[in-house]
Design a protein around this ligand. Structure first.
Ligand code: RTP
Ligand code: MG
Length: 141
């Protein structure tokens, strides 16, 4: 099934100058970029985006990290895009991430872990709307 998912290249990976390398992995996996924007998140933006985690002990560190520099936000479209992107990303903690995944290759820690990807169709829709809305996408068919 053709799906869309929200991907974020986090401040650590933007600072490492590997946006292109990460985009190349999306493209080689058959995912198409249908929207993209570089943004410096405000604290309110980051708290809103990660609201599901607000009771978690790592919430404040996560917000601080996500506002520490610009992020690159994109919508990926393709067959099974949500799971495919999660496979490309690898495990949340780079120590557990399979060799060849984005986190294994570019992440430094569970906090600075290079990328975000939506984890289910419902969250993908909410997250895409949060940054773009339907009219902000360019479907590639
Ligand atoms: P993401 O949402 O960023 O794609 O990552 P994920 O699904 O693999 O992980 P999730 O459980 O949704 O957690 C969101 C982000 O919070 C940070 N985190 N820190 N210190 C910790 O125990 C901990 N656990 C999660 C990570 O940066 C994770 O990506
Ligand atoms: Mg998550």
């Amino acid at each position: 099934m053709t799906e869309r998912t929200l991907s974020i290249i986090k401040p650590d990976a933007v600072a490492k100058n590997v946006i292109g390398e990460i985009y190349s992995r999306f493209e080689k996996a058959g995912l198409q970029i249908v929207a993209a924007r570089m943004v410096q998140l405000s604290r309110a933006d980051a708290e809103g985006f990660y609201a599901v985690h607000k009771e978690r002990p790592f919430f404040n560190d996560l917000v601080e990290f996500m506002i520490s520099g610009p992020v690159m936000v994109q919508v990926l479209e393709g067959e099974g895009a949500i799971a495919k992107n999660r496979d490309l990303m690898g495990a949340t903690n780079p120590k557990d991430a399979a060799p060849g995944t984005i986190r294994a290759d570019f992440a430094d820690s569970i906090d600075a872990n290079a990328v975000h990807g939506s984890d289910a169709p419902e969250t993908a829709k909410v997250e895409i709307d949060y940054f773009f809305g339907e009219s902000g996408l360019c479907p590639r068919g």
